[in-house]
Design a protein around this ligand. Sequence first.
Ligand SMILES: [Zn+2]
Length: 105
Amino acid sequence: MVTQTRPLTLAAEALAARLVAGQKWLTEAARTLDSQPHEWTAMRRRFADALDWWWQAEERLRTYGFSGCIHGTGRSCPLDAEVWCLSCLERSRRQERAVQGRLAA
Ligand SMILES: [Zn+2]
């Protein structure tokens, strides 16, 4: 049986790759900021700008019809990443609801 998947546009693939790189940068920047006391104002501003860009790019990616994780089919965002893609966030929320449902039952 052949599984048919809709080919992604190059724009979507390129954007997903940039999101993966951005996720890595944000995670490393967050670790740096956590380890530094109050001084790093410029770095904090850069981090906030990068985070804004990241979420806007994530939403744009979904308008291309991209589904699943930015890391690719069957993969997921690293657990310790500073941000998770919308697909991983949604999966995490579903799991959380399932756990809560079991606890409430
Ligand atoms: Zn993901």
